[in-house]
Design a protein around this ligand. Structure first.
Ligand code: NAP
Length: 509
């Protein structure tokens, strides 16, 4: 890593997933080259690099789950698989020549704001440090695997794998496998491994709502058509957007439309599972949308197979050879798959972040994370989040939210540049009012209707999702309004700070 302390970056981006790469592309398109991406791993892709479990795929259609400014006419499936989405992000890095702008193996340990200079210092695990005017955290929302606290888990002598830390050298062929969890990852891994394992014990704590995915190959003729007529692909994407957006009232509002959605879900379940005992077991008992609604064509059929057993009695403990269920029965296992989700960082900072007066973000967020538009946090000037608090989608592509944020962040950075502003700090009352509005809206959503989910803090506050339509978020984030921010003194000139020219030398567009 470049350890020259005197070099000051205009923008430091943390993370090389969709958010970080998207911002880098936008900056380059705007003529700004004075940025660097810091990535703890050794490749781009974020969750799409890490989640390599069998069946890992997206449950948002491929055309919608990609940058609007970098369409891919060649998507092979209606819903992209992990490898293809990962390749898409690598393609973005190739096409926009981002590889040289990324420092791999650079794990940030702390971000510290220097009030004298109005600069951020990023400290890395290696001990290196860099300084930057602005820091953009594009660290993703789901990157720290959550391990369940089950008695005896560490005593198991077989193979244990979390879905997010899959060991693809380990063969499940002919093994007796236990899967804990029935969330978005589990419903993909279960049908993928079912044909190869001897026995599959699925430990379900809460039955999820599952709807048909209608996945399939995109015929080559369509791919060629999209390549020749990009407008058709754009149209298709727009249609998909409105189709998914139209499900918002069903999934979010907890009203009569939600009840209709539940009826459709139960009908789908009846069609796929004939055995009344199994059907009863996997029938959800909470409002549709309260937890993430899962899309799958093959999950229910997999549960009906002779080698699959859905266990709902609860887990008492794990021992050396398997799992002891709450009813005292023991299941002998060779491998245990933990499809138990993630520690959601929106509930806390991804690493130590010290802002004005030495305040610490984790302390400020003790009662639940909050920011203005999920991006700016009062007391932490020039620190911007991509996919921060309350900007997760309940029903649609996260890329749509990310692109809204890219636009806003670009306007924010441009404003600083053009006005020679050293630091911008969102006013506390603006952040307060915004979050009061969010939480008031939240009270009418399915997410607080009584189920337990990773969307909520321990106190039941939803700090993760946007309680409305995605177009409403886009409208709100459309304009950067400097009057909502406290501007901190004019910065020293680029020459005084020995800044690389980058954007500084480029006249505003
Ligand atoms: P998740 O939705 O949080 O599901 C975790 C599962 O593990 C739940 O069924 C949970 O049960 C169960 N669980 C946790 N601790 C347990 C314990 N101690 N004993 C028994 N069961 C336990 O995690 P995920 O499936 O990894 O998905 C997380 C998020 O990742 C998704 O919501 C989605 O946003 C994203 N994701 C997306 C895709 C995609 O297609 N785009 C694919 C995978 C993941 P309870 O329900 O009872 O808590």
């Amino acid at each position: 890593m470049n350890n020259k302390k005197q070099a000051i970056l205009e923008t430091a981006i943390v993370g090389a997933g969709f958010g970080g790469l998207g911002l880098a592309i936008r900056l380059l398109q705007d003529g700004c080259s004075d940025f660097q991406i810091f990535e703890r791993s050794d490749d781009v892709g974020g969750v799409w690099r890490d989640n390599i479990y069998p069946g890992a795929a997206c449950d948002v259609p491929s055309h919608l789950y990609s940058f609007s400014f970098e369409p891919n006419p060649g998507w092979s499936r209606a819903f992209g698989g992990q490898a293809e989405i990962h390749q898409y992000l690598q393609h973005c890095a190739d096409k926009y020549q981002l590889w040289d702008k990324i420092q791999f193996g650079a794990e940030v340990e702390a971000a510290l704001f220097d009030e004298q200079q109005n600069l951020w210092t990023l400290r890395f695990r290696s001990g290196d440090e860099i300084r930057a005017r602005a820091v953009v955290l594009a660290v993703g929302a789901l990157n720290v695997p959550a391990y369940p606290s089950i008695e005896g888990l560490d005593t198991f002598k077989g193979k244990i794998m979390h879905t997010a830390e899959w060991d693809d050298h380990y063969s499940l062929e002919g093994k007796r496998v236990g899967v804990i969890g029935t969330g978005a990852s589990a419903i993909q891994v279960v049908p993928s491994i079912q044909p190869q394992v001897a026995e599959l014990k699925l430990y379900q704590r809460t039955a999820p709502w599952v709807m048909p995915k209608r996945d399939g190959w995109i015929p080559p003729v369509w791919r060629k058509t999209y390549e020749r007529f990009p407008i058709l692909q754009k149209l298709h994407r727009t249609l998909q957007y409105w189709m998914f957006e139209s499900t918002a009232p069903v999934m979010i509002k907890n009203n009569w439309m939600t009840r209709v959605g539940e009826r459709l879900g139960r009908r789908y379940l009846r069609r796929k599972i004939q055995d009344p005992v199994l059907r009863e077991k996997v029938t959800p008992t909470y409002a549709l949308g309260c937890k993430r609604v899962l899309l799958s064509d093959d999950y229910y059929p997999a549960l009906t197979k002779a080698n699959v057993d859905v266990l709902t009695q609860g887990i008492r403990r794990v021992d050396e050879t398997g799992i002891v269920s709450a009813d005292g029965s023991h299941q002998q296992l060779d491998a245990l798959i933990l499809a138990t989700g993630f520690k959601v960082p929106a509930a806390g900072a991804p690493f130590r972040i010290e802002g004005l007066g030495g305040r610490v973000l984790d302390d400020d967020w003790r009662g639940g994370s909050e920011a203005y538009l999920g991006m700016a946090v009062t007391g932490y000037p020039n620190l911007l989040y991509i996919m921060g608090p309350n900007t997760g989608p309940g029903n649609i592509s996260v890329i749509f939210y990310i692109e809204s944020q890219l636009r806003y962040i670009m306007a924010y950075l441009k404003h600083m540049r053009e006005r020679n502003i050293a630091a911008l700090d969102i006013k506390p009352d603006v952040q307060r009012k915004f979050n009061d509005m969010i939480q008031a809206k939240m009270q009418k959503t399915t997410w607080v209707s009584g189920c337990d989910s990773w969307y909520l803090t321990e106190d039941g506050k939803n700090t993760t999702l946007w309680p409305g339509y995605s177009w409403q978020y886009r409208m709100q984030a459309k304009h950067f309004d400097p009057s909502l921010y406290r501007s901190i003194r004019t910065r020293p000139s680029a020459r005084e700070l020995a800044l690389e020219p980058g954007c500084e030398a480029i006249p505003s567009a």
